[in-house]
Design a protein around this ligand. Structure first.
Ligand code: SF4
Length: 462
């Protein structure tokens, strides 16, 4: 079969994947992991696969439709973004018009909780993929409607099939070479890179996060190494690990790092992890294996808020890990949330001060968003902190959409504080000097890419 894997065009860069979706805050962007995983399955099944990342290619909608029509696929898998879903679904309708015989499957975080709604409202959608780590697309395109992790239409009515998540996480190497790798940018340097998933899910239960329903599972180290060898053979030397929490299981992270060191492959890589799972010994090993940067969810400088949202971490441990990274020479990116219910100007100030104390190289301040499937969303709806709509909301954690309003902070105040946090963190002479003098040319390029839009956001205001 001929199968098209499609990331729709949009005026902004938008990350769309099976568990998170937001607009890119800067000019960085990477291959969509859902499409990459599926490309490996389809290749293994002997199908002809074409990857169309229209978003990163900045392809116009007309040209995109033309490209897909010319390929004439038997099946299409199209990503839907949480903040761009209206535009994305209109694009899917156009595709179905030009290739009417092709079955259409859509996927994306927003669909995990709205698959019935999408199937009900959009007759051109044939199925919703609820678990992108399963090899089911080809069977569905071949006519099998009884697939466990695919919501479908039966007798004109939606049938929702929630993912079981109980299968072992295992998939073949993705077809990295089908993606326009020269177009992707990472926040740390200007090297050609790709993404890789070694585990999926999370064993924690932060109540603002929509990953809490997905149990932690991981691929065998041998399988990950096979994919890394494949990527290395393509001449790629930089990896972004897309795991939700790279150090979920310390022994397994050690095993992976040791395998990387023994392999002799010289990758540089970065990953996202919880701060409180790190220790000096492990960080030294990770650095030897090529780790140059870590992204860590701090969320708040208020101990009270961390407890309220069940982060199960404390400020002391978080700070110790950031300072350890600094000592060892691993760069850090801390992510923070502004505007959760319970937030006050005092707690935001604590967060800003804490971000500076952590000495993180980059602070990513995000506006609190009541994501589908979270306890936070339930609370916000119950207390009237967000408006109840009939349909599916367009959500985005990065900029101005869907801001929560509470008795302590109105949406407008949250936006003002968000901007103030960025100004306070980034416009420090000492910080700027440090960043400029401690980077090589490639890293400065990464910094410029990340910094310019942040400056635009600060000075452009809301
Ligand atoms: S540790 Fe991270 S991925 Fe896991 S539930 Fe909390 S915020 Fe989500």
């Amino acid at each position: 079969m001929k199968i098209a894997l499609i990331n729709p065009p949009f005026e902004k860069l938008v990350f769309r994947c099976g568990y998170c979706s937001n607009f890119a805050k800067s000019n960085y962007y990477w291959p969509p992991i859902d499409l990459l995983v599926q490309s490996g399955f389809l290749q293994q099944g002997g199908h002809e696969v074409a990857v169309f990342d229209f978003n990163v290619m900045r392809t116009s909608r007309e040209k995109a439709v033309e490209n897909v029509r010319d390929f004439a696929p038997d099946g299409m898998f199209v990503l839907i973004g949480s903040g761009s879903w209206k535009s994305d679904i209109a694009f899917v309708e156009q595709l179905k018009q030009v290739v009417p015989r092709s079955r259409v499957v859509v996927g994306g975080a927003v669909l995990l909780y709205s698959s019935a709604d999408f199937i009900d409202r959009f007759p051109f959608v044939d199925g919703v993929l609820m678990d992108f780590t399963q090899d089911v697309l080809a069977s569905f395109f071949g006519g099998d409607d009884g697939i466990p992790c695919m919501s479908v239409r039966e007798g004109g009515k939606p049938v929702v099939r929630t993912p079981q998540w109980d299968h072992k996480l295992s998939f073949p190497p993705g077809r990295h070479e089908l993606f326009p790798l020269d177009r992707y940018r990472n926040p740390h340097n200007d090297k050609r890179f790709t993404v890789l998933l070694t585990s999926f899910g999370c064993q924690y239960s932060c109540t603002f996060c929509n990953a809490t329903d997905i149990p932690f599972r991981y691929r065998d180290v041998d399988e990950v190494m096979e994919e890394l060898r494949y990527v290395y053979s393509l001449g790629i030397r930089e990896i972004k690990f897309r795991d939700l929490n790279f150090v979920s299981k310390v022994s397994r992270t050690r095993e992976l790092c040791e395998a990387l060191i023994v392999s002799g492959m010289k990758f540089g890589w970065h990953a996202t992890t919880r701060a409180d799972t790190l220790n000096e010994d492990l960080l030294l090993l990770m650095k030897r294996a090529g780790c140059h940067s870590l992204h860590m969810g701090v969320e708040s400088g208020s101990e009270e808020l961390l407890q309220r949202y069940e982060k199960r971490s404390d400020l002391k441990r978080i700070k110790a890990s950031f300072l350890l990274c600094k000592k060892i020479g691993i760069r850090t990116l801390g992510t923070f949330i502004i505007g959760l219910p319970g937030e006050t100007p005092v707690s935001i100030q604590k967060t800003i001060v804490f971000a500076k104390e952590l000495k993180c190289d980059v602070a990513s301040f995000n506006i609190a968003t009541a994501l589908y499937g979270t306890e936070l969303r339930r609370e916000c709806l119950e207390k009237g902190y967000i408006e109840k709509t009939d349909g599916v909301d367009e959500l985005d954690t990065c900029f101005k959409a869907s801001v929560i309003g509470t008795p302590q902070l109105s949406p407008e105040e949250v936006r003002v504080w968000h901007r103030r946090a960025m100004m306070s963190f980034y416009l420090r002479p000492g910080y700027i000097w440090n960043q400029l003098t401690n980077r090589n040319f490639s890293e400065l390029a990464g910094l410029a890419r990340m910094g310019m839009p942040v400056l635009r956001e600060i000075f452009g205001g809301h």
